[in-house]
Write a protein of this length. Structure first.
Length: 250
């Protein structure tokens, strides 16, 4: 039976609008901590201004073993946030296949919209538990069905090379939230691995037709920026909730 836990979840701040301090969520054998921040916090009321946001999340098992694997993360973004890709180069995911982070960034450098790091814990039967790390790069991807996409790229080098290429559809929607991003986390190390840390900085300023633009921007129409996050795990557990963070009108 799926376990549904509805909470005001600071982990949703990993992708937009975070707290200045870490927050902790514990359920079953899993402990999730997250913190994040967007800058600047002072924004126009009606027009959109460029922002950059940073976030990190850590997962650990209470018993010290490998935590249950995260399978999907769905994030809805406040209507006071905006994504702009007009004039921004698109990266073809096919050209990134198998590349290490340095070569991937060299291949699609004009499409980079974020960078970060990830750590995984791997426990194969009969082998000692160990961790492996990779740099992450977020690229502006090719549009799908008229919607923008992002590409998350990384590569582990131990115990054997394993590249990750996650295409993230970003769908525009009506209602309280403007965008929905869906991240499907692939099996790690043949299903014996689990994500235990991720951090990212997202933001890109560029020019298009002589005008300055920003990949992400926001306004402060009501003093609050809000996101909704849904974390789905391999054991059927679901962490679902929203977070609000204040902003100041410029």
């Amino acid at each position: 039976m799926k376990k549904l836990i509805s909470i005001a979840l600071a982990a949703a701040a990993l992708l937009l609008a975070g707290a200045a301090h870490g927050e902790l969520v514990k359920f079953g054998n899993l402990v999730l901590t997250a913190d994040g921040a967007f800058t600047p916090r002072t924004l126009p009321r009606r027009t959109f201004a460029p922002i950059e946001f940073k976030g990190r999340a850590n997962l650990r098992a209470v018993d010290g073993g490998v935590p249950v694997a995260l399978r999907r993360l769905v994030v809805d973004f406040d209507r006071d946030g905006r994504l702009s890709t007009a004039g921004l180069p698109e990266c073809d995911p096919a050209v990134l296949a198998g590349k290490n982070p340095f070569d991937a960034r060299s291949t699609c450098g004009g499409s980079i919209v974020g960078e970060g790091n990830a750590t995984v814990m791997i426990a194969r039967p009969g082998e000692p538990v160990f961790t492996a790390e990779t740099e992450l790069t977020v690229f502006n991807g090719q549009r799908q069905s008229g919607n923008p996409t992002a590409i998350i790229h990384g590569k582990l080098f131990t115990p054997q090379p394993e590249a990750f290429l996650i295409i993230v559809p970003i769908e525009k929607q009506a209602g309280e939230y403007r965008y929905r991003a869906t991240i499907d986390v692939p099996p790690i190390a043949g299903g014996f691995g689990s994500l235990v840390h991720i951090d990212a900085t997202i933001g890109r300023r560029y020019r298009f037709r002589g005008n300055p633009r920003s990949y992400v921007s926001a306004r402060c129409s009501d003093g609050v920026l809000q996101t909704h996050g849904r974390f789905e795990f391999a054991d059927g557990s679901i962490v679902d909730g929203s977070v609000q963070r204040g902003c100041t009108v410029r």
